[in-house]
Design a protein around this ligand. Structure first.
Ligand code: NAD
Ligand code: MG
Length: 370
């Protein structure tokens, strides 16, 4: 196997992201971040049957003395709860995990966020190694150190900043990912180009077929570039006081759509997160054009690229613009100054804008139908 692509994430607790096909079988790579002898392998019931035995066997080959426990939750966002967190604490206790223990998060963002938060709290903080198995987790949730669980009152309300000790992304694991989940991850990949680098959008356009066909080299390039963008902004602004907020491009609109639909994306009759972000990015680009900030052609190109990836780009039927506006006012990223939109001056150049008039927002929502 050739050497993996790596991305270094700086800051107070630096770590390396390794990206290559087959890394889940590479015990030395998986074990490199493990300091003690206790490992809790956390996963969900979709991912564990596919990959957990292989990961455990690879770890045992590399480190014969390890005590490895398993913690497997049912799949789905509704499992990212304090109840499952409590069970993870119980699993660490049963393992006899000491302060040098490691939690390994094998799965998508749900497992990563929950297992990361468990690691942040056990004995006030032990290591977590992220083994992301969705494209979204590889390009977004496993990088940057945010961990959380949901409450009935809202998503990600209880959490901690707890950077991983290492991230290992095996592009081959994406072969079993449902196509809709792959597309959702691609929406976040497109987002990095939209906010930081128009040239990356061109690259995505040129490589769209390879990415959809899950070509390892194309995926590794897209993941590495995405992680570089995120690592760079997180290093500049670890706690989201400034530039990190640009990562919310498309998300203010997207969250409003998701909440208005009651997070129906997983049950199939609403948009999932990536799909809602795709629509949200088109709305943000069009609002930018309406405000005279950016050329219409850039919004059209963005929309066409998202469509190539099979993502929706128009407002779902049945959502009233007024209700979405009201939702955005309640967003936790809004403050006394009103809604903070992430808009753009054109492809690759995003910025925060406050004080946008309701009339422009409502008109953009009404005009962007699917
Ligand atoms: P997910 O973890 O629910 O995974 C999506 C689905 O794919 C699940 O059913 C899962 O079991 C399945 N799956 C995962 N990998 C698979 C594989 N290789 N083969 C087959 N099936 C597989 O969802 P997600 O989109 O990965 O993550 C969403 C979560 O991430 C949300 O909770 C969100 O809040 C969080 N998130 C966190 C951050 C952060 O900075 N911490 C950033 C973005 C998103
Ligand atoms: Mg997102």
């Amino acid at each position: 196997m050739s050497a993996p692509r790596t991305v270094e994430v700086g800051g107070a607790a630096p770590y390396t992201i390794a990206i290559a096909p087959g890394l889940l079988d590479d015990g030395h790579c998986l074990a490199a971040g493990i300091r003690g002898k206790h490992v809790l392998l956390a996963s969900d019931a979709n991912v564990a049957p596919l990959y957990a035995d292989g990961v455990e066997a690879a770890l045992r080959r590399a480190r014969p003395g390890l005590a490895i426990g398993r913690f497997v939750i049912p799949p789905g966002e509704h499992e990212k709860t304090l109840v499952r967190f409590g069970e993870a604490m119980g699993a660490l206790a049963a393992l006899g995990a000491t302060r040098d223990a490691t939690v390994i998060a094998l799965g998508g963002g749900v497992v990563g966020d929950l297992a990361g938060f468990a690691a942040a709290c056990w004995m006030r903080g032990i290591d977590v190694v992220q083994l992301p198995t969705t494209l979204l987790a590889m390009v977004d949730s496993s990088v940057g150190g945010k961990t959380a669980v949901d409450l009935p009152a809202g998503k990600n309300l209880v959490g901690a900043f707890h950077p991983p000790r290492a991230v290992v992304a095996d592009t081959r694991a994406l072969r079993t990912l449902p196509k809709r989940e792959l597309r959702a991850g691609l929406a976040e990949v497109v987002k990095y180009g939209a906010i930081f680098d128009a040239g990356f959008l061109d690259w995505l356009d040129a490589n769209a077929d390879a990415l959809l066909a899950r070509d390892d080299a194309a995926l590794a390039e897209a993941i590495a570039r995405s992680c570089e963008f995120k690592a760079d902004v997180v290093a500049r602004d670890p706690r989201e006081h400034g530039d990190r907020a640009l990562l919310n491009f498309g998300h203010t609109f997207g969250h409003a759509i998701e909440t208005e639909q009651g997070y129906a994306g997983t049950s199939g009759d609403g948009l999932n997160h990536g799909e809602a972000v795709a629509v949200g990015m088109v709305l943000a680009a069009r609002l930018s054009t309406a405000l005279g900030l950016a050329p219409m052609a850039d919004a059209v190109h963005l929309q066409a690229l998202l469509q190539r990836f099979g993502l929706p780009t128009g407002m779902p039927a049945g959502l009233a613009p007024e209700r979405l506006l009201a939702r955005m006012r309640l967003d936790k990223k809004a403050d006394a100054g009103g809604i903070r939109f992430v808009l753009w001056d054109g492809a690759g150049r995003a910025r925060l804008v406050t004080g946008v008039g309701d009339a422009e927002v409502l008109a953009t929502l009404a005009d962007t139908r699917s």
